[in-house]
Write a protein that binds this ligand. Sequence first.
Ligand code: FEO
Length: 403
Amino acid sequence: MYCVRNVTEDLYWVGANDHRLHLFENIHPIPRGVSYNAYLLLDEKTVLFDTVDWSACRQLLENVEHLLGERPLDYLVINHMEPDHGASIEEILLRWPQVKVISTEKSFLFMRQFGFQIDGHELIEVKEGDGFSFGKHNVTFVAAPMVHWPEAMVTFDTTNGALFSADAFGSFGALDGKLFADEVNFDRDWIDDARRYLTNIVGKYGPHIQLLLKKAGGILDQIKYICPLHGPVWRKDLGYFIDKYDKWSRYEPEEKGVMIAYASMYGNTEAAAQALAAKLCEKGITNVHVYDVSNTHVSYLVSESFRLSHIVLASVTYNLGIYPVMHDYLMHLKGLNLQNRTFALIENGSWAPKSGDLMQKFVDEELKNMTVLNDRLSIASALHADKAAELESLADAIVESMA
Ligand code: FEO
C-alpha cells in the first residue's frame, strides 16, 4: 500500500520509515528508527528528488507509481547519492528508463564507483548556481560539498520556496505519519536525536555547514520549506532549527552545563563522579549530566559533548593508560572536530595514576581550542574524606569558569 503525504499542493513526500535497522551507518543506534525521505513534484514535468535506502525501495516505488498514475517520470534529481538515499536509483532507472537524471559530476562518478548502472541513461550534470525549469517550478542547484559527502548539493525551488537540503537539517527518528516538525513536540521529543544525527554524521564538517548556512542566509526570506533526507519537514519556525545548526557547526555549546563522563571498573571512579555532581548541584549548577562511558553508546556521548559547555573526564588508569572506552570517546571528539569546551579531570590509579596526565595531553594536543582547568582530583583506588578539599576546589573551579 502506498503511503504518501502532501508537502505542498503539488509536492509529495514519497519516502519511507525504517524501524528494522538497528545501527545507522552500522555504528549509531537508532532506537526510534529513521526515515529516508524522497519527494515527488507533479509539475508539467514529473520530478523525483532523491531515492531511498535499498530496504525501503518497494515502498518508494509504490508511492511514486501511485502518484504518477499513467504519467511518466521525467526527471530524477539526486542531491546526495550515499546509498541510504541513492541505492534505489538503479531500480528507478529500470522502471522509468527514459527518466533524465540530474546531479553533480562527482555524484555520477560515485554512482559508477558503487556500481550503479547509470550509463546509457540521460545524465544531466549541474553545478553551483545552475537553474532548471520543470514547468511552473524553477529550481536552482547549490553545491553543498561535505554536507555530508563531497558530491552533495541542495536544490532550491524558487516557485514554492522548498529547499531540498539533502543531509542538512536531518534527524534520526522515524516519522510514523507525522511529516512536519510542527506536528511533533520537536524540542521535547526530537532535538536529542537531531543533535545526535548531525554531530555524529556531519559534525566533522562544521565549516562546510557554515558555508551552506551562509548561502542559505542570502535567501532566508524565500525559504518556506526545508525538506531534508531524514526526519521531519520544516515549514514553521525555521529559525529555531537553523540556529541549532549554526551553533553545532560553529562548535559553540547550546547550554551552560556539565557533562561528567566516567570510566569506572569497580564503582570507585563512579563514586567520585557522583560526589562531584552532588557538589556542583549544591553550588547551584544543576544542569549536570553523568554518563558511564562503558554503557553509553559513544554517539550519545558525542551529542552531549556538543550540547554542553563543560566536560569532566573521570577515568581509571588502565594498563598505564587511559581506560580504553574513555580513549575511544576522546578519539571520537577529535574525529568530529569538537572545539571550545572547558574540561576538568578526575584520575584514579591504585599504584601508578597516569590517566590525568594522559587525558590532559590528549585534550591539549589532539583537540582544538579547549581549556583544561588546573584543579584536578587525583584519587588512589577510592575517594576518601582526605580528598574533600580537592573535590571542593574542583567544583569551585568549574563553577567559577561557568560565570
Ligand atoms: Fe543520509 Fe549522508 O546520507
